[in-house]
Every structure is written in structure tokens, then in C-alpha cells.
Design a protein around this ligand. Structure first.
Ligand code: AMP
Length: 395
């Protein structure tokens, strides 16, 4: 696996795919700069080695050229974070980009305009990728968030750098973290899978059964399993067409010696709102007109015991409707348990969409071992897929 450390960047131009797809407010100010901060170590390392950086990224999902999606809006934020002036090319390919890239001196940074202003980017167009490839001597992929896409800048462009391509520090760290759970995890290994639906996590569950000793299933997924086993789930969310699959998963887990832990009690509500009436119910006896929206106190205690006996922990998906304070306690308790296990030496990886949001919202970010920057990319990795952006560097 080639990383930055395999290259001498002195007097070289690094063409770096970063993920600067950051959220902006109405005044085009960056409201969460995590992704820029995450790319900083790679950029600074190359500059300090005496190289220069040509940065390319997408922002949002523009239809053609749309000023609101211009990367020029985020230049002040990038300069602020990196402490280096950022030059800008108003098109990511063509004469202006080539001239500015050619003129770049060691220690300098050039940011290219939004890659997705050209539809060739998402189509993975080869000619477009070749034009991009003219802008650097060494291709560096540091964008885990788009590594599951075979786009021109994430995958195809690597073909034009048969020897001179490598992972950036962020992407290398993502790969290492996933490997630490999926391949080299110190036992016992635990996965916590929450979130809304069984259907969106089914491939993850099936793949993960070969990797873990314990699996906690929480959140809305719970009820498909409970109903399939004959429990009464009231008005809780359920995918009836996945009940057979749920029973099959339980059977597979037993055959593989994986211990599955489901909630035993829930916070049930008579409405999907913060001000709903609530009661604690046995998970198999939820009255009609009530829906389970969070893990109950006994479940939290059980999960705490499981988490604290494990040495490797993966967390994907909240245990309840954490966006509503009334139903956030299960997710917060799990975060506390994982933070505690981490303090006691476990390796913990949090990845995939909403669990990352929850970890940030409740302040667990620095209390777990690693928080992944990729949503879809993380899920596909957990499904056991080799991501095209990663394969392109390895091949
Ligand atoms: P996912 O994207 O699949 O990880 O799902 C995350 C979403 O699941 C969050 O928006 C949660 O509010 C939601 N969720 C978690 N638990 C429940 C539940 N018991 N009932 C309904 N939605 C839930």
C-alpha cells in the first residue's frame, strides 16, 4: 500500500483528490470544516517536503456550472485552516488550470473549481481524467468520502499515474481503521448496528457475522427481529417483508457462534415527537398505538456490559431517534459505554452517516479511537467491497 511516505515530493506537484464537500450557509460560509481540517496533514506534509499541491474536489450536486456550488466560496476557510495562500483556477481542466499548475512553485497551493461542473466527472470519463492528470506529477487520493465512486478524479485518473500514485494520510488512516476491525481486531470483537431499517444494513450484517463475536442490533431495526420472533411491537417501525431474513440472520449467527444482543425494553411513545407521552415497555409487549423509539434502561445496562467486555468495537447507526431529545438517551448511553471501553484500551471505530452525527452532537468525538469521514464509503467497506478509489491505487 503506497502512501505519502513512499515519495519524495521535493519540486514535485501533487495532484490531490480531497473531499471538500462541506456544508455552507446562505452566506456561503462553511458551517462544518471537519473535512478541510482532515485533509490538512496530507497537504502540509507535501508542502513541507518541498512540493506543491493542486487540490481537486466536488461540492454538492450541481447541474452544470452553478455559482452557488463554486469552490471559490471556501477559499478563505481553507487559507484560515492551512495558513497558506490558496490560488484558484476557475475551471478544473483546460488552459487556465494548466497554466496555473505549471507556474506553481514549491510551497504553493492551487485549488481547482468544482469537478462536478463537468458531467464527465461522475461519468468517469477517460479523456476528462487525462486532462486532470496533466496538472500534477504524483496523484494522491485523500478523499475517503468518495472512494466508493468510480469517478474520473477518484478512480480513472489513477490510470495515468501507473507508478506515481498513493494514498493520502487521511485515506490511509481510514483503511487502517477498517482493517483493525474487520481483519486484525483483538477479540472479543463487537459490532453495534442501529439505525432505521434492516434493508439498508442487510449486506453489512451478513458480512460482519464472519468478523465479530458479538453483535448488538438496535434502533428501528430491532422491531423486524422482535416481530419475526412472535413479539408484539405495537406501532413500531417494521419491515414485514424482511422478517424471514431476520430469522435467517439469527440462525446464521448461532451457527457461526456470534452472540446477538437485542434490546429487552424500549422507550415507547404515543407520537413521533419530543412532547409525546412515553412509557418503558418490554420489547415484546408494546401496546397498539405506541411505538418503540429508544432503547430502555435495562437494554442500556445490558449493552454496557457487552461493550465493556470487548476489545474491538465498531459502531454504525443510532440506538433510537436521537435527533429528538426524549429518545436520545439510549444512543448517549451507548456512546458513554464505548468511550469508557476505549479509555480502558479497546479500539473503537465509529462510521457511517447518523452515528457520526450523534457522536459529534453528544461530544464523543475525542473519546473514541477513530471517527470515519465516509458515509456510503464506510458502509460499502463494511459490506466487504473493495472500493474503486482504493483499488485504483493498489493496482
Ligand atoms: P440509518 O441512516 O439507517 O443509520 O438510520 C438513522 C435513523 O434511524 C435516525 O434518523 C434515527 O432517528 C432513526 N431511528 C433510530 N431508531 C429508530 C426507531 N426506533 N424508530 C424509528 N426510527 C429510528
Amino acid at each position: 500500500m503506497k502512501t505519502l511516505n513512499d515519495f519524495n515530493f521535493q519540486n514535485k506537484k501533487a495532484l490531490i483528490r480531497v473531499d471538500f464537500n462541506v456544508p455552507l450557509n446562505d452566506e456561503f460560509q462553511v458551517t462544518d470544516a471537519t473535512r478541510i481540517v482532515s485533509a490538512k496533514p496530507t497537504i502540509i506534509k507535501i508542502l513541507e517536503d518541498g512540493g506543491s499541491c493542486v487540490l481537486m474536489s466536488h461540492l454538492g450536486r450541481p447541474k452544470g456550472v452553478q455559482d452557488e456550488f463554486s469552490l471559490k466560496h471556501i477559499i478563505p476557510k481553507i487559507e484560515d485552516i492551512l495558513g497558506v495562500e490558496v490560488k484558484f483556477a476557475s475551471d478544473c481542466v483546460g488552459p487556465e488550470a494548466e497554466e496555473k499548475a505549471n507556474a506553481l512553485q514549491p510551497g504553493e497551493i492551487l485549488l481547482l473549481e468544482n469537478l462536478r461542473f463537468h458531467e464527465e466527472e461522475t461519468k468517469g470519463d477517460r479523456d476528462f481524467a487525462e486532462q486532470l492528470s496533466k496538472l500534477g506529477d504524483i496523484y494522491v487520493n485523500d478523499a475517503f468520502g468518495t472512494a466508493h465512486r468510480a469517478h474520473a478524479s477518484t478512480t480513472i485518473v489513477a490510470d495515468f499515474f501507473p507508478e506515481n500514485k498513493c494514498f493520502g494520510l487521511l485515506l490511509a488512516q481510514e483503511i487502517e481503521s477498517i482493517k483493525k476491525v474487520m481483519e486484525d481486531g483483538e477479540k472479543p470483537v463487537l459490532a453495534v448496528l442501529g439505525g432505521a431499517k434492516v434493508s439498508s444494513k442487510i449486506t453489512v450484517i451478513e458480512n460482519i457475522l464472519d468478523k465479530v463475536d458479538h453483535l448488538i442490533i438496535g434502533g428501528g431495526m430491532t422491531f423486524t427481529f422482535i416481530k419475526a420472533q412472535g413479539g408484539k411491537i405495537g406501532d413500531s417501525i417494521c419491515e414485514d417483508d424482511k422478517m424471514e431474513l431476520a430469522l435467517d440472520i439469527l440462525k446464521q449467527a448461532e451457527a457461526k457462534g456470534v452472540k446477538i444482543h437485542l434490546p429487552v425494553d424500549v422507550v415507547a411513545a404515543d407520537d413521533f415527537s419530543n412532547t409525546a407521552n412515553t412509557q418503558i415497555c418490554d420489547v415484546t409487549a408494546i401496546p397498539d398505538g405506541w411505538q418503540g423509539l429508544d432503547a430502555g434502561p435495562k437494554s442500556r445496562e445490558n449493552f454496557d456490559a457487552v461493550v465493556n467486555q470487548c476489545k474491538t468495537i465498531l459502531w454504525n447507526g443510532p440506538l433510537g431517534v436521537f435527533e429528538l431529545e426524549t429518545f436520545s438517551k439510549g444512543t448517549i448511553a451507548l456512546g458513554d459505554s464505548i468511550a469508557n471501553a476505549t479509555k480502558n484500551g479497546a479500539f473503537s471505530l465509529v462510521g457511517g452517516g447518523d452515528s457520526v452525527a450523534a457522536v459529534k452532537q453528544f461530544g464523543f468525538e475525542n473519546k473514541v479511537s477513530y471517527v470515519s469521514t465516509g458515509g456510503g464509503a464506510m458502509l460499502e467497506s463494511l459490506e466487504g467491497k473493495i472500493l474503486p478509489g482504493i483499488a485504483a491505487i493498489l493496482n
